[in-house]
Design a protein around this ligand. Structure first.
Ligand code: URP
Ligand code: ZN
Ligand code: ZN
Ligand code: ZN
Length: 474
């Protein structure tokens, strides 16, 4: 007697698509086949795909944002929105503020998440203050404890590290087998361009894009892969927006470097023109790197098809628009530099890639699963517990109606923002039922009473990282 059987669906993994039923016991997949027998509960998936639950490794939730700015999602709304988007695991960032220890930052962040999550969660660390004690003691101990990835920034005044600091942080990764993620934009070049725009009085949201042109991202991407080569570590280049930055990744790979590329929905669906809306509406689309142009969108699609990108993540980073603590804060309503960076998107990541990618014949279904789940798990040390449909894996499954067409309306979203950058977009292919850890947490679009029981996941080292010492499997 199984706890649950998913019956009659078409199972899709990163390698295969086949008809099978899935038997679940104790939160884990225990059988895959036909005529599995009796279960306490049966979900009918006929006419639908059964996918490994989405894993979004790039999500910002309740992150301190400075100057009276408050992020639109806490763990409750952020993970709820993620779950409705077909995700069963997300990886938000725990931000170290300057002068703070990583352990303090983690204590606060865990307290915010505890008991409030609709998905499983695991944290990356953002290292903004790499002091000798952080690099020498804290970070290595935290890698051992299952925080096996950290992000460093080349931009943002409060977060940017110097090249020397990036090398020192990468060296911790080299010694411990952790994985470094880099936000690649040249802060000095941005400041120079901001000065020129200010001198001309060009302060509207569209100047956000023109002060962060492709060259700013391309140069920083080249520098990041070069620093990683010097330190001899693999790295992840997050949120790549254009073909020239992609070329830096490909050149590094031709030199034999392990570089993982990530792109996001905004670089496929938006352009810099969206920042040029009436009445400061362009603020809704301010994120970094900024959306580019049609040629860059095409390049990013090409990168998804050819494998330049292993990861398709949302970079969900929501701020309310019409709100003094959001995009239209008193300073942000007058000067683009004070518009908080980031846009919501965790709920639409899978529908956008499925509708625009799979339905339009750009990528096939296994590649869709790889980009949105399997590679995410492999990259960040969750595989094979997460990211696939296999005996022994957690029963995290998204049942997907490939023919359901809906028009995006923020009123239907489940995040804490007050708009969607994709309002009015028609998409075909949506999640309808979600199973997490063997429980049906969304059934035909309805949240179950017991859905807010997501767990914290301690992670192994990345399959891509250099020294592969054993870590406890969570
Ligand atoms: O504008 C963005 N992407 N905000 C989120 C923070 C980051 O750099 O990923
Ligand atoms: Zn970033
Ligand atoms: Zn981000
Ligand atoms: Zn909302």
């Amino acid at each position: 007697m199984f706890d649950l059987i998913i019956r009659g669906g078409t199972v899709a993994t990163a390698s295969d698509v086949y008809a099978a039923d899935i038997g679940i016991e104790g939160g884990v997949i225990v059988q895959i086949g036909r005529d599995l027998g009796e279960a306490k509960e049966v979900v009918d998936a006929s006419g639908q795909y059964v996918l490994p639950g989405g894993i979004d490794s790039h999500v910002h939730i309740a992150q301190p944002s400075g100057e009276g700015i408050v992020m639109a999602d806490d763990f409750e709304t952020g993970t709820r929105s993620a779950l409705f988007g077909g995700n069963t695991t997300i990886l938000p960032f725990c931000l170290q503020e300057k002068g703070q220890s990583l352990r303090e930052a983690l204590k606060d962040y865990h307290a915010l998440a505890e008991g409030n999550c609709y998905t499983d969660v695991s944290f990356h660390l953002i290292v903004s203050d790499p002091t000798p004690s952080v690099l020498g003691q804290e970070l290595p101990a935290l890698v051992e404890a299952g925080y096996t990835s950290f992000k460093v920034f080349m931009t943002y005044e409060a977060l940017r590290l110097s090249d020397a600091q990036i090398l020192d942080t990468m060296d911790v990764a080299r010694r411990t087998g952790a994985l470094v993620m880099v936000h690649c934009e040249n802060e000095d070049a941005i400041r120079y361009l901001v000065g020129r725009h200010e001198a001309e009085g060009e302060l509207a949201p569209k100047s956000h894009a023109s002060t962060r042109p492709i060259a700013v991202e391309r140069e920083a991407t080249h520098r990041a892969v070069s620093l990683a080569e010097v330190a001899d570590v693999p790295l992840v280049i997050v949120h790549v927006s254009n073909g020239e930055a992609m070329e830096e990744i490909e050149r590094a790979r031709r030199r034999g470097r392990k570089v993982i590329g990530e792109t996001c929905p905004q670089y496929l669906m938006l352009t810099a023109d969206d920042l040029d809306g009436m009445d400061w509406e362009g603020a809704k689309f301010v994120c970094s790197p900024p959306p580019r142009d049609k040629a860059s969108q095409d390049a990013c699609w090409d990168g998804l098809e050819r494998g330049v990108f292993d990861l398709f993540s949302s970079d969900h980073c929501p701020f309310r628009y019409d709100d003094p603590q959001g995009k239209l804060n008193p300073k942000g309503a007058k000067h683009f530099r004070h518009i908080p960076n980031g846009i919501p998107g965790v709920e639409l990541r899978l529908p956008i890639l499925f509708s625009e990618g799979v339905k339009k014949g750009r990528i096939d279904l296994p590649r869709f699963v790889a980009l949105t789940s399997t590679n995410q798990a492999r990259t960040y040390g969750l595989y094979p517990r997460k990211g696939t449909i296999a005996i022994g894996s957690d029963a995290d499954l998204t049942i997907w109606d490939p023919n359901l067409t809906r028009t995006v309306a923020h009123a239907d979203m489940h995040d804490g923002a007050d708009y969607s950058p994709y309002e009015g977009l028609e998409l075909t292919g949506w999640p309808v039922t979600v199973v997490r850890n063997g429980s049906v947490v969304i059934e035909n679009g309805k949240l179950s009473d017991t859905a807010r029981t997501g767990r914290y996941l301690s992670r192994k080292r990345s399959s891509f990282a250099s020294t592969a010492g054993p870590l406890p499997v969570a």
